[in-house]
Design a protein around this ligand. Structure first.
Ligand code: GLN
Length: 249
């Protein structure tokens, strides 16, 4: 029987901009090619939580979209915190990255409390930070994506960034060269784009972590067609990286 991996897509109705849903497609496709059966659960406000959550993916949104989901996010906060403590791999982009931190004070002065999984806080400003971004991460190497946010995020003491932006891009706040945050297997980042189709090292980290936690091994047996298709996908990925990385702004 094919080993199933359950992916939860968090609030896709309100939190999904600049191609973030591509992250779900990338995880699903690579899981298939590694020999797994991916099942995607779209979770919106008021939905039932699925029985299994092996990988949790969340996207960005307008300040308004963030306001809309806050109440439900708080209703799920204990669950998400215990999954994070337990090592569940998660990827939160931009708007949900901010709400996985301590709080986001929007540019109009509204304070949206976060669920405190990532030690960070965010303050909105008038100037937006927009453009392709190239960062380096000790674990994932060069990571390429697209940022578009007004919030400036600051990491609490001792919290690891996801990566460092040395030249091309603003990152968390345009001041300290950090980008994103990483706590246990939870990654928060400003990178849209979509991120995962261009950065398979990150996709494979999420998949490997999820599969090993649930089944103890990775990967499943692959057919030669699957291996071949994975190589073809890697080729498309490297061309996409090349294009995005060569026009950072
Ligand atoms: N609304 C937030 C901001 O502007 C998040 C934006 C986003 O998710 N792209 O900072």
């Amino acid at each position: 029987m094919t080993a199933q991996i359950d992916i939860v897509s968090l609030y896709p109705n309100d939190m999904n901009i600049y191609g973030d849903s591509g992250n779900v497609l990338a995880v699903r496709r690579r899981l298939e090619l590694y020999g797994y059966k991916p099942v995607v659960h779209a979770y919106n406000q008021g939905d039932e939580w699925p029985d299994h959550a092996d990988i949790i993916l969340g996207g960005g949104g307008q300040d308004n979209g963030q306001k809309k989901i806050t109440e439900d996010l708080f209703a799920r906060a204990d669950l998400l915190r215990s999954l994070a403590d337990d090592g569940t791999p998660m990827l939160m982009i931009c708007g949900l990255y901010q709400l996985f931190g301590d709080y986001f004070e929007t540019v109009d002065g509204t304070r949206l409390d976060g669920i405190g999984i990532l030690g960070a806080y965010t303050v909105g400003q008038d100037k937006r930070m927009i453009g392709n971004l190239v960062e380096s991460s000790p674990q994932f190497g060069t990571v390429i994506g697209y940022e578009n946010h007004s919030g400036q995020t600051f990491l609490r003491e001792g919290v690891e960034p996801f990566g460092r932006v040395d030249h091309d891009g603003m990152g968390n706040n345009g001041e300290d060269h950090t980008e994103g945050a990483r706590v246990r297997n939870v990654i928060g980042t400003y990178l849209h784009g979509s991120l995962l189709p261009k950065n398979s090292a990150v996709t494979d980290f999420l998949i490997r972590t999820a599969a090993t936690r649930r089944y103890g091994t990775f990967p499943e047996e692959q057919t030669s067609e699957q291996t071949e298709a994975l190589r073809a996908l890697d080729d498309v990925e490297s061309r996409a990286r090349h294009v995005a990385g060569s026009r950072p702004r």
